[in-house]
Design a protein around this ligand. Structure first.
Ligand code: UDP
Ligand code: MN
Length: 305
């Protein structure tokens, strides 16, 4: 068994949400940019394999199977592709995340189909135990560096950390925590960096599944009573799914999160600059680190390098 494992190739797991892609040429364009730039800059060792996981419906899977061989054609590394049925994953997820959906989903009901927006939160419960680490990535990304370097960040996690993530680059949580901030003006909650806690963005996430499984604290925070307790304490009501949950528990337990350099998820959306936050926008938007991954969130065009 020991020898078998020694002979085994090293697998690097990356997962992307990939639904309704057949219905949107915009999303197909983003997918192409993401995969081509990933291939262009991707380098792995000889015995290493990049495993690409896509969470799909039947029509998106069909499209993915058709176009991926072409997009991956120039890959100078080994890769495998795995499609996960979004319905099967949703069935596993729903019981775990149902209670938090009412706090972090649009609308008031806990819609079954919304559960998938919380996949990252319970990824350690739905992925097989052999997978100990996985990176979850949006489709509206453009890679400017070797994705293998992103996986190296797992090695820098503190013992308590379970998730590696980049801060949110707009004042959206300054807005969401409005009431808490009024009642606790010196808390730093929703304040800009470097001193404040602006919240997180879910476009690039390192999910240390082994640490997530082992962390008693993290798993307690998934319990409905704990979610309700914190949502009440922070007067939190959001609609951004997993990133709302991580942002909220991060205010209480920052040690659970390994802060990634802003260059690993350089968000480009400027929506909040035009919606009441022009005065403070730059404090949040600014990122002085080298850009490894551009994130064209809210359909923002990505610069040509
Ligand atoms: N997504 C998808 N199908 C859709 C819309 C979104 O699979 O119809 C996935 C895709 O991976 C995308 C992610 O969900 O990158 C998050 O959505 P998006 O990037 O548009 O949100 P934003 O970053 O602008 O908030
Ligand atoms: Mn995105």
């Amino acid at each position: 068994d020991h020898q078998k494992r020694a002979r085994d190739r090293r697998h690097f797991h990356a997962l992307m949400m990939f639904t309704k892609v057949d219905k949107s040429t915009t999303l197909q364009g983003k997918f192409e940019v993401a995969m081509r730039s990933l291939v262009k800059h991707g380098h792995f060792l000889e015995d290493e394999v990049l495993v690409l996981h896509y969470v799909s419906d039947a029509a998106s899977k069909e499209l993915g199977e058709k176009v991926l061989p072409k997009l991956m054609m120039d890959a100078a590394f080994q890769y495998e592709v795995v499609f996960h049925d979004v319905v099967v994953l949703t069935e596993k997820l729903f019981p775990v995340v149902e209670a938090m959906q009412r706090h972090f989903s649009a609308g008031s009901g806990a819609y079954y189909s919304d559960a998938i927006f919380f996949l990252s939160v319970a990824m350690h419960r739905v992925m097989p135990a052999e997978i100990t680490r996985i990176v979850q990535l949006d489709l509206d990304l453009k890679y400017r560096t070797n994705i293998r370097n992103l996986f190296q960040e797992f090695g820098h996690f503190s013992p308590e950390a379970v998730i590696g993530i980049v801060r949110e680059m707009q004042p959206v949580y300054r807005h969401t925590f409005w009431q808490y901030r009024k009642e606790n003006p010196r808390s730093g909650v929703g304040d800009p960096p470097p001193g404040g806690m602006p919240g997180f963005n879910s476009g690039v996430m390192l999910l240390h599944l082994q640490a997530m499984r082992r962390s008693a604290l993290y798993n307690r925070l998934l319990e409905p009573e704990q979610v309700a307790r914190l949502a009440e304490r922070y007067r939190f009501r959001g609609h951004l799914g997993d990133q709302d949950f991580f942002t909220m528990i991060g205010m209480e337990h920052p040690e659970l999160f390994h802060p990634l350099s802003c260059g690993w998820n350089r968000q480009l959306c400027t929506w909040w600059r035009e919606h009441g936050y022009a005065d403070v926008f730059r404090l949040y938007y600014r990122c002085d680190e080298p850009v490894h991954i551009y994130h064209g969130n809210c359909n923002t065009p990505i610069p040509d390098d």
